[in-house]
Write a protein that binds this ligand. Structure first.
Ligand SMILES: C[S@@+](CC[C@H](N)C(=O)[O-])C[C@H]1O[C@@H](n2cnc3c(N)ncnc32)[C@H](O)[C@@H]1O
Length: 292
């Protein structure tokens, strides 16, 4: 069955979707809507970031691209005295603020700003963390340099980022089913997006140029919980803005066929503890050089 239209029906480009406006629109609203799912899905990554960050009592922590605040609050619970979550997405920050308890009010704050250009107080933070929040910069060199300047000399940066899509069943399984039926939008691997830091050489070059040393890039392979079952997984897939826009190009019969193909592909991924798909990420740690 052919799609009843072509990829031109995908009206929102990657650049638009991952712009500040995009994150305050469809993308951000999706993350708010699916917040509990992402919290559970990425719990393993959150734990690894917080463990690697080794937040000490009294530490000041910067959470970049903090979204709805999972890692921000986890850093606070780990003992940081002060945690600032920075992000460009209005709805995600509103959700992060909504989650704050009175007990956390003096400890956790959020700022709507872009770390590529924001004038941080120099050396104000001991640790900077990010869970998939460093992937969408139009000028990553400027962003990493500015993050380095916000850290005290010797301060640490810890973040997670996706490895290439072919190592991630989480992306390839559903997208291969879609790609067999719908023309996929083309993208440049270095453009802002989920895989812009998939190349460890690129990560290393960006960090070194920004003044970081002691760079470690560790591969992490997991099989996280994605959904309760196939119905829940399909609800999720249909809610992702990219998938939603691609599916909108199908007529009703093509959509039914695609759903059947997705059900067949996802069925072996059901476990006693939810539907699980393989993921491959990098856990990156680096230290801001001691010299100014
Ligand atoms: C994939 S989401 C991850 C959110 C959160 N760290 C988490 O793991 O739940 C990417 C986040 O980066 C934010 N973001 C994208 N571009 C940004 C920019 N230029 N400055 C700050 N945040 C940005 C988005 O708004 C979004 O919250």
């Amino acid at each position: 069955m052919e799609a009843n239209s072509t990829s031109t029906a995908v009206t929102t480009s990657t650049a638009d979707r991952f712009s500040a406006e995009g994150w305050s629109g469809e993308e951000g609203l999706h993350w708010v809507d699916q917040r509990e799912r992402y919290t559970r899905m990425h719990q393993g990554i959150t734990d690894r970031i917080i463990e690697a960050a080794a937040v000490e009592p009294g530490a000041a922590v910067l959470d970049i691209g903090c979204g709805t605040g999972d890692t921000t609050y986890t850093a606070a619970a780990a003992g940081a005295t002060r945690v600032l979550g920075i992000d460009v997405s209005a709805p995600m920050l509103a959700e992060a603020e909504r989650r704050r308890t009175p007990h956390e009010a003096a400890q956790v704050t959020f700022l709507r700003a872009d770390p590529q250009t924001h004038a941080f107080t120099p050396g104000a933070f001991d640790v900077a963390i990010s869970r998939f929040g460093l992937l969408f910069f139009t000028d990553p060199s400027a962003a990493f340099a500015n993050i380095a300047a916000a850290l005290r000399p010797g301060g640490r940066l810890v973040f997670s980022t996706w490895q290439s899509p072919d190592r991630n069943e989480y992306f390839t399984l559903p997208l291969s089913v879609l790609a067999a039926r719908i023309p996929m939008p083309k993208r440049d691997p270095d453009e802002p997006g989920g895989f812009s830091l998939a190349d460890p050489d690129r990560i290393r070059n960006l960090l070194t140029s920004a003044g970081f040393d002691h760079i470690d890039i560790t591969p992490v392979q997991e099989r996280p919980w994605i959904a309760r079952d196939i119905d829940d997984a399909l609800t999720y897939l249909r809610a992702i803005p990219l998938t939603r826009s691609l599916l909108a190009t199908l007529d009703a019969e093509a959509d039914r066929e695609l759903e059947l193909a997705l059900r067949t592909a996802l069925a072996p991924k059901q476990t006693d503890d939810g539907l699980r798909l393989g993921t491959a990420t990098w856990l990156v740690t680096a230290r801001r050089g001691e010299t100014e």
